[in-house]
Design a protein around this ligand. Structure first.
Ligand code: MTE
Length: 319
């Protein structure tokens, strides 16, 4: 089990004690009263997280938009150190508590300001466009980062298929929520369903991805199966998981963390080493698996590709 370094910050550090205690109750029920999480980690299935075990997704080609030259984080790092509050607020919990989450059948509806509304089933998710592997950095707002070989398609490929109307200015996303297999809002300390949003031009940017896999396999549940958003120049919380609804809309849509604390979690949330989180610095980050902190890059290193989306905007104001 991963032990949190004292240098790491969490928004959940401020979780009230009664919420935390309720959550522990829930976790005990799910993982077996006696075993608890510590016991679960010693179970055989936990071993399988250390290796890639699933069948490879067919027909995946490497995208020229992949980063090169940076060491990938291991499959184990990527799949056992997660933020997925529906399945627990501690990093090791989603891998355990999402095990029974059924993602097939699935429905992803794309609607709103579109000429051709679309409803995709589970198998359709893997046929939106040819699957690409893209290696991206992911920088969490909590100041840790990882490098992930995602598999997926440009979100633009799907949006073009539904033909946005001239009124569509933003894209709103919503995670599937089921009370029977996920925490209650008061146990997690945030509202469900988890929601996120992008401006339409951000959503159409070639770097923005709908991911259905990682390390060549279908996404593990804890990483947002069967389909999640990846926007590599923004803080990781914009990467909404297990998406069931996409709506094209006229007005800026709500986003979960922004609703909780707009001052700490802006709508844009572009990675910006010059704008600190009110409770910690964003100038540096801890790459999982490395000892020394590294400098955080503007737009997480993707400035050449995306800075023009924000020309003329004061990024201290629109954070
Ligand atoms: N999506 C949902 N539905 N629920 C969440 O709690 N956490 C976000 C984001 N997407 C979250 C979510 C945060 S804070 C981060 S950093 C990333 O997922 C983490 O993705 P990973 O666990 O695959 O690394």
């Amino acid at each position: 089990m991963l032990i949190r370094k004292p240098s790491e910050y969490r928004w959940s550090d401020t979780t009230p004690r009664e919420i935390y205690q309720k959550r522990r109750e829930f976790i005990r029920t799910l993982s077996g009263a006696a075993a608890g999480l510590a016991g679960a980690a010693a179970m055989p299935w936990a071993e399988s997280l250390q290796a890639q075990t699933g069948p490879k997704l067919p027909g995946v080609t490497k995208s020229p938009l992949s980063d090169t030259g940076e060491k990938l984080n291991s499959f184990k790092d990527i799949t056992t150190y997660n933020n997925f509050y529906e399945f627990g607020t501690q990093k090791e919990e989603p891998a355990v508590l999402s095990r029974g989450f059924k993602t097939n059948p699935w429905t992803l509806t794309i609607e709103g300001e579109v000429a051709k509304k679309k409803v995709l089933g589970y198998d359709d998710l893997f046929k939106i466009a040819p699957l690409e592997e893209r290696i991206y950095r992911m920088r969490c707002v909590e100041a840790w980062s990882i490098v992930v070989p995602w598999v997926g398609v440009p979100l633009a490929a799907l949006l073009k298929q539904v033909e946005p109307t001239s009124k569509a200015q933003y894209v709103a996303f919503e995670t599937h929520y089921s009370r029977s297999s996920m925490l209650a809002p008061d146990e997690a300390g945030i509202n469900f369903p988890y929601v996120e949003g992008l401006r339409l031009d951000e959503a159409m940017h070639p770097l923005t991805m709908l991911a259905v896999g990682l390390y060549g396999e279908k996404l593990p549940n804890q990483n947002g199966a069967p389909v999640r958003l990846v926007v590599p120049w923004k803080y990781g919380f914009k990467g909404i998981k297990s998406i069931t609804r996409i709506r094209l809309v006229e007005k800026q849509p709500p986003s979960t963390w922004n609703l909780i604390n707009a001052r700490e979690y802006g709508f844009y949330s572009n990675v910006n080493p010059q704008v600190d989180h009110p409770r910690w610095t964003q100038a540096t980050e801890r790459r999982l698996g490395e000892i020394f902190r590294k400098k955080t890059l503007p737009f997480n290193g993707y400035a050449d590709q995306v800075a023009s989306l924000y020309s003329g905007m004061d990024l201290r104001k629109f954070y």
